[in-house]
Write a protein that binds this ligand. Structure first.
Ligand SMILES: O=P(O)(O)OC[C@@H](O)[C@@H](O)c1c[nH]c2ccccc12
Length: 267
């Protein structure tokens, strides 16, 4: 049972949901649908291209609400938001499909079919079934949260994702989790500035962990970036790749807000 943190609560709920999905949609059906999908769009490669082109690779997040912020964006149309982010110069999209964030599986397809950008399915993966499900939904990348999984689970789910040609973003929040992440194959290491157990954000997390990430891995600085000065601070810490949601989603004009943030990163 749950030890009471928000992460535990969401993961416990996920396990129940996955059990239900398994009974409704047998794995054979998902395997078939995953195989029928067009190949994944290269997620890490798109980040690299933007870093080479404009110095910064942005994963722009489509998120209606969150446990920490409540309702962020009352009028919410994933396709429109995806196009706004693409026009503003994002490298990739992140789409929340989790109900605690008022996300649905359909949001992923709506966003992805509106643009050519690669998309990460942002959810709480607790079972290999969800990796196949993510590919069946069209996801190009999946998130694996180290705090929520054992070493064996991480390695197994990473292998399944890589087998589909998807990228994997491995998320950590402290030194011990980083050490476990570095045993995996994926080069994309997400440092979440938000502690998912208490939902508090501290940009000092990236400053602490960035120097510990080897040169053959890529740091993705996640959460809590609210202004051009925050981006500058994170660039000074060594970040070139960013995952940003709330500060863009809460602005009525998402395209303008994204352009301002990206321009501010340069100046
Ligand atoms: O909205 P923010 O503070 O810019 O953060 C985006 C993203 O990093 C955050 O949504 C996130 C990072 N890791 C997660 C894991 C699950 C759910 C959500 C997340």
């Amino acid at each position: 049972m749950s030890t009471g943190t928000i992460l535990d609560r969401i993961c416990d709920d996920k396990r129940k949901e996955v059990a239900l999905h398994k009974s409704q949609r047998p794995i054979q059906e998902l395997l078939r649908r995953a195989k029928d999908q067009a190949p994944p769009r290269g997620f890490a490669a798109a980040l690299d291209r933007k870093v080479a082109e404009i110095g910064i690779g942005l994963i722009a997040e489509i998120k209606k609400a969150s446990p920490s912020a409540g309702l962020i964006r009352p009028t919410f149309e994933p396709g429109q938001l995806a196009r706004a982010y693409a026009r503003a110069g994002a490298a990739c999209l992140s789409v929340l499909t989790n109900k605690f964030f008022q996300g649905t599986d359909a949001h992923l397809g709506e966003a992805r079919s509106a643009v050519e950008l690669p998309v990460i399915r942002k959810d709480f993966v607790v079972d290999p079934y969800q990796i196949v499900e993510s590919r069946a939904l069209g996801a190009d990348c999946v998130l694996l949260i180290v705090a929520a999984l054992s070493d064996d689970e991480l390695a197994n789910m990473e292998d399944i994702a890589l087998g589909y040609g998807m990228d994997v973003l491995v998320e950590v929040h402290d030194e011990a989790e980083l050490e476990r992440a570095l045993k995996l194959k994926s080069p994309l290491i997400g440092v979440n500035n938000r502690n998912l157990k208490i939902m508090k954000t501290d940009l000092g997390t990236t400053e602490r962990l960035a120097p510990l990430i080897p040169a053959d891995r890529q740091l993705v600085c996640e959460s809590g970036i609210d202004s051009p000065s925050d981006i500058k601070r994170m660039i000074a810490a060594g970040a070139k790749r960013f995952l940003i949601g709330e500060s863009l989603m809460k602005r009525p004009d998402v395209e303008m807000a994204t352009k301002i943030l990206l321009a501010g990163a340069k100046g």
